[in-house]
Ligand binder design. Sequence first.
Ligand code: ATP
Ligand code: MG
Length: 469
Amino acid sequence: MRPNSWLQRQAQLYPKRPAFYWKDKSWSFHALNEVVQAYAYYFQQHLPKNCSRVAIFSGNSKEMYLTILALWELGLDVQLLNTRLTKAELTFQLQDAQTTVMITEEPLNIVHQIAFPKELAKIAPENYLDNGYQLTDIASIMYTSGTTGKPKGVPQTFANHQASALATQENMAITANDCWLCPTALYHISGLSVMLRSLVLGMSVRLYEKYDASKLATDILEGRGTIASVVSKMLMDLLPLIHQQPSTFRHFLLGGGPIAKAVLYECEQKNFSVIQSFGMTETCSQVIALPPEKASEKIGSAGLPLKNVDLKIEQGEILLKGPSVVQTYLNQRTSWDEDDWFHTGDLGYLDEDGYLYILSRMSELIISGGENIYPAEVEQALMQHPLIQEAVVVGQEDSTWGQVPIAYLLITDSLQRTEIQPYLASLAKYKQPKAYFIVSAIPKTASGKPLKRKFLTEERVNYIVYQLT
Ligand code: ATP
Ligand code: MG
């Protein structure tokens, strides 16, 4: 039988190459395929007949990794659920995707449930399952983070993932010798895309149960990985733990959201090779990335489009097209125009060399007296203050200016309004917040992104402790 899944192809061509590391165990592609076949057999026995879509609710685990691979061998769509969602949010995502079966260890009782296998049968190679998949088939379904509104279901095809992996291979020169450290969740595209790069490119993955800065730093320092996917918070935590990037380590791939320039300067001083990137659930991970050799020259830029990605700016909005960009949402096709350009909802601009700079979400742009205010610029200035842990700036209706910027601050110790002023000296007057509220918490999405829209509704009173006068 001709193996036609990516896993079986790697196992046949390169059986001895390392594929997967979990805690103190490792699997070659041959060993991985063997255990995935046992998982596939288990799920074939336990899943309802005629089921074509299965959800997984789990934090990173060996079982989750093997289950995703097994469900693909069975030709099933895999819906990945964020474990920080509420029951109501989970119910919405399952109903919206019409998914009726879930694999989990938690007693959720929303739809029919199956546990991960506890004992495995040994499957002889002649009995290997390989329902195979077409590139146009849906591989995974993930919902967007719900930062700007209701989360949207994103059907990611094998073709989207393949294009993304190949584009990453070109931009980071990935080979089978690379080992990618993955502390991000598999239910986010930043995590799942690492697994797909392993299948498509033959590199190995070291998966972490949860993000632990000292564990990650030790693995980097002791040569147990060549690349790591990180978000800005992780990079900030690693800075004091890693004095010098070891020669065995190649790059940090930084994504997920904006980062303060001060952190990038610190990375530069320590010779950290950081690849800044821009991507979305809808683009199956990074589509724009900054080559590390341009890091200081183009500091603050998200970089250049990866292979086969087309980028243009229309009325300030970033528009994308390319084989890793999905073609539709589940049940709606709201963000694509008639020429198939995907409208990201993010504002940005290109410099004279074509490097992209992200400014803000369209929905978060503040227009005051005809001037544009990008909240991130003001928030970053505020967060320079050592007592300001987090800052959120939103536009409030104003009869004179249309909108004015208002700041919500999470602080670590008491603070006077006059102490803030020096940190805003570099900002034009119209960008400086007109009022400051100290809050008890900043509400976040299940992905940990600030839910700024909560501060535009009456709900804001639930968070305000007092106003700074
Ligand atoms: P929703 O679409 O439901 O509102 P979301 O857009 O937060 O949620 P994700 O797909 O998790 O869902 O996040 C993608 C978004 O993250 C991008 O559209 C962008 O706003 C932000 N983002 C990603 N990378 C960067 C970056 N390098 N700089 C600034 N923002 C970024
Ligand atoms: Mg979005």
